[in-house]
Every structure is written in structure tokens, then in C-alpha cells.
Write a protein that binds this ligand. Structure first.
Ligand SMILES: Cc1ncc(C[n+]2csc(CCOP(=O)(O)OP(=O)(O)O)c2C)c(N)n1
Length: 585
């Protein structure tokens, strides 16, 4: 009997075992503390699945490998741990690609294992062969093709180390079938890793923090711009102390949602293309922008050249390559955000004078709130999101798809806890929401997980309803059903003179209630505003999966909106905001 089957520790009396490569991989996963993997089997990865059979690591069988990657991603975002997924060679691996690219763009720690054809078949156009390391090189932080079973354990530990340290990201390990099938004498899993040339800097350069402290104490109109890096660094507590000690308002990127409770008086919400008017105005007028753990995505900044035009820009990030990449930076600090914020807090003696600035922002907040019209008898998508937020007190774990649903969720769901708003930022991947919700629900089983979905997006990964049903995951799917690829329709309305080309998906179905029921999931269609709250209450009170098909106003738009390529103060939506933009712009 081999190692995993006996599940024995290595001891002084028994310093080695016979083990297959696959068993060594599974054992290394156990050593990394992995409790769950998401995957889909196939011929080339069978040794791994066989070894898994004897392991206590839980496997969640998704229905498409893209779902495995997104579920692992959702698990990682929700828990802060490394997400793990398995796929077979060839089409299994290529189906992972979107999920890996998604995690890469959003700096999410994942380790993906792919089966590969046996070594002697490599490079011969063998059945289900794909150049997985070649294909995934630009969308992974690193990848490996392991050719010797002796190298497996250390490769797994390296992969986890790479995925979670420095700027997190996905790492892939490609496993030829004969390498995982071969039995060797296993004696040491070598958990110590040494990767030449990879030494993520954590402590900031001497003097850098002092320069930030000085700039901050002199500022009169400072703004903190916080991104997902604050979450990866687990630095939300330090950020809150900084905000409360200095009185500096905070805007966030989409990835940064939840870094500060969004009902905090100094939280201005999201900036950017569909940010709040007051966040965008604050950034446009500030004299100091303290950017923390963000990569200055164009969706957040608008036109790079006119971003924060009056500000001294400070950028703190773990990845040196980000400093100055998109916008000019006056003070760049490379380091772990938690340590940088700790150092900043201990050096900061004098808080800036921000009372007048706070009054100005309060005025903007009052003058240009997020708002939408509420005609009789029509369900507005924003209203649905507001109701979800009220009923969960901003404490649920939300996943979103991509499009208008995502932006309404970002605008109207004010989350109060970190790691509670999981959305595809950089890649903008339709179909992310449902599988990400699966990962989140498995990672945080006691919590309410809600997928705010779009009808176009849901259809991209709809087969994962089977996964939800199989494991009876109590996810609530709130479908904002407008029968359109809504965000594309909005662009066609605004920028292509209402020429709605190929965006109407109202014909051809499916009937989402029947579809959910076909999977054994309870579902209900909601067509009137007064039914919205009771339907949500019913869904939330049931400890089982639930789909609500909200039939919403078909042509509702997301506002405010910075037109693509525009500056943040050129927002559309709300006459008063436009008037302000004209005055200042
Ligand atoms: C995989 C993928 N294909 C295409 C797009 C381009 N795209 C962005 S938003 C959108 C429409 C999304 O429609 P839906 O999911 O119904 O959401 P809505 O905007 O109506 O809320 C499309 C097609 C994308 N982001 N991802």
C-alpha cells in the first residue's frame, strides 16, 4: 500500500515510503493546509483523482473547467487562502484559461493543476495534448511542467509560495501522466523553498514612509484611493485607523470595495467610470492622492493624463512594476501595505487640516447623490440591489457578473466587511458570478452568499447550477433580467445612436424559473416592485439554494458614467454634475 492510502506521517522510524507522484502531490496539498479543490477529471489527470480518492481533501465537481477556476478564485477572494483547481490535459486546460486570466488580472492567489500527456508523447500532437505552459505563460504569475516525480513536492510548495507572496496571482503546475503515475521512494517533502531571484520586498525603503508622512501632514485636500491590494495585505484595520486619525476621505476601486465599511462617513464609494460623482469630484480636486494597493486601472482613472490633475500622487504597492506604469507618481513606495501603514501610523504626528475639505465633500455628497427614477409598477435594478443591501445589512458575501448588474451592485450594495464583494475587475469576465459564489459559499459556509447576476452572464456558466444543486449550496442567485446584454446596449444607446446591434437576448429563453427547477433549485419570478422585498425575504430565510428572476426595466442605464477615454469630472448623468464639470473643466 502506498503513502496516501495509509495516510501516515513520516517519522524517524519510518523515514520513507513508496508513493506515486500523484500521492506526493496530494500529500503536499495536505501539507499546505488545502481543504478543498475544485475540478473536473479526465484521462491525463486520472492518477491525481485516484490519489484524491484516499485523501481528506474535499473535491467539488464542477460542470466546466472555467467554473473550477472561478470557484477556486471566489474561494480565494472570500477566504484569503490560496484557491486550488484541477483539470485534465488539452481541452480541460484550455477551458481553465479564462479563469486563470481573470485571477491574474485581479491578483488572486490560485494554484491550478493540469494533467498532461506522458513525457514520451509530448510534442507529438498526441490525443488531448495542448502546450499548457505555453498557453498560460502570459496569464499566470509562474508555471511549471514537472518531468520527474522527485520534483513534485517541492514544486507544489514553490507554487503555493509564489501564489500567495508578493503580489498574489495564479500559478499552474502541468503534470505529465507518467510522472504522476510513477512510484518512487518518497522521504522528504522539502517545504523550504528557495526561488532564486524571487524576493518580494516587504519593508519599504528607508525614508520613503517619512516622505509620505510629510506630504500627508501638509495636504489640505487629501484623498486615499484604496484598491484590492489592501485586502490581499490584510491591512483593512490599519487603513481604518489611518482614516479615523487623519479624517482623510477614501475612494476605492471596484477591487477595493469593502476595504472600509461603506457606511463610514469618510467612505466615498467607488471612483471611475461608474463611480459616485462625489468620489470622482474629490479625486479631480484633491491636492494629495494616497493610492494604496491599486494598479490605476483605466476604468478607475478615466483618461490617465487628466487624472487627479492637482494632486501630488503617492503610490504604495508591493509590485515595483506598478509604480508609474499608468499615471505619474510623485512618491512611490514599494512594500507590504500592512507594514507600510503601520510605519506610517507610528510616524504620523500631525494630522492634516481637512475640515474645509470635508465640508466641500459633504456638499458634493448632498448635491450629487447616487439616484434613480422610480416609476410606478416597474422594477428598477438599483432598487433590487438596495433591498438586498438593506436586508443583509451590507454583511452578505456578494458575487457579481459583468455588465450593468455589476455596476449597480457596486454602486448600491454598500458592503461593511472586507472580502465580501467578489467581482471580476480587470478581465471583466461574464459568467464569473455563479462559480465564484460556489467557491465563496464553500469557503465561508456559515454566511449568506448572494450572486447578483445578469441574464447574458448567467448563461455563460449556467451549467454550474448543477454544482450548486449537487452540494446543496445555499447560494441566492438574484438575476437582474433585462433581456439585453445590458451594458453593451447602454453603450450603443449613448455612443452609437441607439443602434442596438446583437444585444437583444429576450428571445429564445430560457425560462430561468423552469431552468433552475430542472436542476432541482427553488426559483421564483418577480415582476412587480412590491414583490421584491418579500421574495428576497423568502429566499434569504431558506437554508437552500434559491434563484430569483427579477424582471427589471429593460432600458435602464448605469449613471453616473464617465465616457470611455474621458476625464473623471466629465461624468454623464445628473444635470448638476454636468454643470459642475463645465464650471471646473
Ligand atoms: C466573456 C465576455 N464576453 C463579452 C463581454 C462584453 N460584455 C461586457 S458587459 C456585456 C453584457 C452583459 O450582459 P448581462 O450579463 O445580461 O448583464 P447586464 O449588463 O444586462 O446587467 C458584454 C457582452 C464580456 N465582458 N465578457
Amino acid at each position: 500500500m502506498t503513502l496516501a492510502a495509509r495516510n501516515l506521517p513520516l517519522t524517524e522510524e519510518q523515514p520513507s515510503f513508496q508513493a506515486s507522484g500523484a500521492e506526493i502531490v496530494i500529500r503536499a496539498l495536505e501539507e499546505e493546509g488545502v481543504d478543498t479543490v475544485f475540478g473536473y477529471p479526465g484521462g491525463a489527470v486520472l492518477p491525481l483523482y485516484d490519489a484524491l480518492y484516499f485523501s481528506k481533501v474535499r473535491h467539488i465537481l464542477v460542470r466546466h473547467e472555467q467554473g473550477a477556476a472561478h470557484a477556486a478564485d471566489g474561494y480565494a477572494r472570500a477566504t484569503g487562502k490560496v484557491g486550488v483547481c484541477f483539470a485534465t490535459s488539452g481541452p480541460g486546460a484550455t477551458n481553465l484559461v479564462t479563469g486563470l486570466a481573470n485571477a491574474y488580472m485581479d491578483s488572486i492567489p490560485l494554484v491550478a493543476f493540469t494533467g498532461q500527456v506522458s513525457l514520451e508523447l509530448l510534442g507529438r500532437d498526441s490525443f488531448q495534448e495542448a502546450d499548457t505552459t505555453g498557453i498560460t505563460m502570459p496569464i499566470t504569475k509562474h508555471n511549471f511542467l514537472v518531468k520527474r516525480p522527485e520534483d513534485l513536492a517541492v514544486t507544489v510548495h514553490k507554487a503555493f509560495y509564489l501564489a500567495r507572496t508578493g503580489r498574489p496571482g495564479p500559478v499552474l503546475i502541468d503534470l505529465p501522466k507518467d510522472v504522476t503515475a510513477r512510484v518512487i521512494t518518497y522521504s522528504n517533502s522539502c517545504r523550504e523553498v528557495d526561488i532564486p531571484g524571487y524576493h518580494p520586498r516587504v519593508t519599504p525603503e528607508a525614508g520613503a514612509v517619512a516622505r509620505v508622512v510629510e506630504a500627508l501632514s501638509r495636504a489640505r485636500r487629501p484623498v486615499i484611493y484604496a484598491g484590492g491590494g489592501v485586502l490581499s495585505a490584510e491591512a483593512t484595520a490599519e487603513l481604518l485607523v489611518l482614516v479615523e486619525r487623519t479624517g482623510v476621505p477614501v475612494v476605492t476601486s471596484l477591487m477595493g470595495k469593502g476595504v472600509i465599511p461603506e457606511d463610514h462617513p469618510l467612505a466615498l464609494g467607488m471612483l471611475g467610470m461608474h463611480g459616485t460623482a462625489y468620489a470622482n469630484l474629490a479625486v479631480s480636486e484633491c491636492d494629495l492622492l494616497l493610492a494604496l494597493g491599486t494598479r490605476f486601472s483605466d476604468r478607475s482613472t478615466g483618461r490617465f493624463e487628466t487624472f487627479a490633475p492637482h494632486a501630488k500622487v503617492v503610490h504604495v504597492d508591493i509590485d515595483a512594476a506598478e509604480i508609474g506604469k499608468n499615471v505619474r507618481v510623485d512618491i512611490g513606495v514599494v512594500g507590504d501595505l500592512k507594514s507600510v501603514l503601520e510605519a506610517l501610523l507610528s510616524d504620523l504626528e500631525k494630522a492634516p487640516e481637512v475640515q474645509a475639505w470635508q465640508r466641500q465633500i459633504a456638499h458634493w455628497r448632498e448635491a450629487y447623490p447616487l439616484r434613480y427614477e422610480c416609476p410606478e409598477g416597474v422594477i428598477k435594478p438599483q432598487f433590487v440591489v438596495e433591498q438586498i443591501c438593506e436586508l443583509t445589512r451590507g454583511e452578505a458575501v456578494i458575487t457579481t457578473d459583468v455588465g450593468q448588474n455589476q455596476m449597480w451592485a457596486a454602486q448600491y450594495y454598500r458592503c461593511r466587511r472586507p472580502r465580501s464583494f467578489l467581482s471580476s475587475g480587470g478581465l471583466g469576465t461574464m459568467g464569473f458570478g455563479l462559480p465564484a459564489a460556489i467557491g465563496a459559499q464553500i469557503g465561508r459556509p456559515g454566511e449568506t452568499v448572494i450572486d447578483i447576476a445578469g441574464d447574458g452572464s448567467l448563461q455563460m456558466t449556467v451549467q454550474e447550477l448543477a454544482t450548486v444543486a449537487q452540494y446543496q449550496l445555499p447560494i441566492k442567485i438574484c438575476l437582474l433580467n433585462n433581456g439585453y446584454l445590458g451594458m453593451v446596449r447602454q453603450w450603443q444607446e449613448l455612443f452609437y445612436e441607439h443602434r442596438y446591434s446583437q444585444v437583444d437576448i429576450s428571445q429564445g429563453g430560457p425560462d430561468y424559473v423552469k431552468l433552475a427547477e430542472a436542476y432541482g433549485i427553488t426559483a421564483r419570478r418577480v415582476t412587480r416592485p412590491e414583490e421584491v422585498r418579500p421574495a428576497l425575504e423568502a429566499a434569504l430565510s431558506e437554508p437552500k439554494p434559491y434563484l430569483l428572476d427579477f424582471v427589471v426595466d429593460r432600458e435602464e442605464n448605469v449613471f453616473p458614467m464617465v465616457p470611455p477615454g474621458g476625464s473623471l469630472d466629465q461624468m454623464l448623468g445628473g444635470k448638476s454634475v454636468e454643470a459642475h464639470a463645465k464650471r471646473t473643466g
